[in-house]
Design a protein around this ligand. Structure first.
Ligand code: NAG
Ligand code: NAG
Length: 127
């Protein structure tokens, strides 16, 4: 038999599960626009300015988070500390960034965050 305490833990877990299973409904308008530039073959030089672009054509009418952020990643490691751009409207489809003074490499990606992240193809940064 269950003790009262076990039963209340059990009912707590049940109500927790009910909340969790209701969540996907609340966040169903997650918008993860694909990054279209930079793409494979792109070469950026340190200090240059470029427009990161993304496709907004599949944007839902209601977006839970419209505030975007652009983060540079090298070898899949994101540099969250130094976003290239932030606090812009994710629906604008482009944002100008300055290429930071980083080590040259062929394994850079741009990650665009709104509700969730979408990463570009790997591209190159040179000095
Ligand atoms: C990013 O966008 C591409 C192209 O639409 C898509 O194939 C990929 O699944 C997306 N990645 C994420 C994490 O949503
Ligand atoms: C980025 O796009 C904006 C708007 O189209 C344009 O005014 C600006 O010159 C572009 N910047 C670069 C570096 O191409």
């Amino acid at each position: 038999m269950f003790t009262m305490q076990q039963l209340s833990v059990f009912s707590f877990l049940l109500s927790f599960l009910a909340v969790v299973s209701a969540l996907p409904l609340a966040v169903r308008d997650v918008f993860v626009p694909p990054v279209t530039y930079p793409h494979a073959g792109t070469v950026w030089k340190v200090g240059q300015h470029h427009n990161v672009t993304w496709d907004t054509s599949n944007a839902p009418a209601q977006i839970t988070n419209k505030v975007g952020k652009v983060v540079l990643a090298k070898g899949g490691i994101l540099d969250y500390e130094h976003p290239l751009a932030k606090d812009f409207d994710i629906l604008r489809g482009h944002i100008e960034v300055k290429v930071p003074n980083v080590e040259p490499g062929h394994d850079y990606t741009i990650v665009l965050f709104g509700d969730s992240g979408n990463d570009s193809a790997e591209f190159t940064i040179t000095k």
